[in-house]
Design a protein around this ligand. Structure first.
Ligand code: ZN
Ligand code: ZN
Length: 143
């Protein structure tokens, strides 16, 4: 299944093809709260090799929010596109995907840091910090 995404102003578009999909998580850490402007960020981790920009890559700006953790956003409209833009793995923002990608959030992470004004009302598993299954193990031999 091919997943497509774009920013608000439509200057930046991307796609993931033949992606191996990892669990979708809601991250409640303060950095995700700041960068999203809402209670938490929702992300899908994919291998960089499966990801490509279709247009507007030159407008994508990376901000290093903590050492080696890069947040990517459209410099024109400000839409967050990826939360963790590492060498091997990119965590795309679910809000930037287009259409129904057939994935749903599977857990909450960094719940110990969640906003005091937000209450989790679903029954998804909650992890104090990172869940062991949120950052996929990168296996270059599987490419
Ligand atoms: Zn944009
Ligand atoms: Zn976070």
């Amino acid at each position: 299944m091919t997943i497509k995404g774009s920013c608000l102003c439509q200057s930046v578009k991307y796609e993931l093809s033949d992606a191996e999909f990892y669990p979708v998580t809601n991250c409640h850490c303060p950095n995700c709260r700041k960068v999203s402007g809402v209670a938490y960020g929702t992300y899908l981790a994919v291998k960089q090799a499966k990801f490509r920009w279709l247009m507007g890559e030159d407008l994508v700006t990376k901000y290093e929010s903590s050492p080696e953790t890069y947040r990517s956003f459209c410099s024109r409209c400000g839409s967050p596109l990826a939360a963790f833009d590492g060498e091997d793995i990119r965590c795309i923002t679910l809000g930037s995907t287009d259409g129904d990608i057939g994935k749903r959030p599977e857990s909450h992470i960094y719940v110990s840091d969640k906003a005091p004004w937000f209450e989790i009302t679903d029954n998804l598993p909650q992890h104090e910090l990172r869940s062991p299954d949120t950052r996929p193990q990168y296996d270059p031999s599987s490419d």
